[in-house]
Design a protein around this ligand. Structure first.
Ligand code: OFO
Length: 163
């Protein structure tokens, strides 16, 4: 059984994962319109993964006797200021998500809820992978400078997103 506090923090995470999915979907759509097929493919896949993360929270809350509530999501931006800035935004957003996952871990430990702590560890690992994947992309972009986005776009086509 979930405590009220745990149920709330897990429900809050549904909103964050869902917003992440919409944010990456908005980025994918923008990148596609700008002609970046590889970048948009990576972002569409990322949006799908975030949706899966959201669904994991929904089914876990319900399985544990809570009630998963589907929230309203804020509208993500429509335009982005360039490829490099957009990936900086992805990293920043993932760092924000990591913080909120860590808050869930901290609450689970505080409440001696070892089942939650065990379950949420998957996300702890996932966040490490995601941050490192995005950092790798940013490192490549830094090497390129402001040119050769076409080559980068082809390069990212082969890159896998995290689970
Ligand atoms: Fe970005 O990963 Fe969800 O949690």
């Amino acid at each position: 059984m979930l405590s009220k506090k745990i149920e709330k923090i897990l429900n809050d995470q549904i909103e964050k994962e869902g917003y992440s999915s919409n944010l990456y979907l908005a980025m994918a759509s923008w990148a596609e319109k700008e002609g970046f097929a590889g970048i948009s493919q990576w972002l569409y896949a990322q949006a799908e993964e975030e949706r899966m993360h959201m669904l994991k929270f929904v089914s876990f809350i319900n399985e544990r006797g809570g009630h998963a509530v589907v929230p309203a999501f804020a509208k993500p931006p429509v335009k982005f200021e360039g490829i490099k800035k957009m990936f900086d935004q992805v990293l920043e957003h993932e760092q924000f998500i990591t913080k909120s996952i860590n808050e869930i871990v901290a609450l689970a430990i505080k409440e001696n809820d070892f089942a939650i702590n065990n379950w949420i560890q998957w996300f702890v690992t996932e966040q490490m992978e995601e941050e490192s994947n995005v950092q790798t992309i940013i490192d490549k972009l830094n090497l390129l400078g402001d040119k050769n986005f076409y080559i980068f776009d082809r390069d990212i086509m082969g890159l896998r997103t995290a689970e």
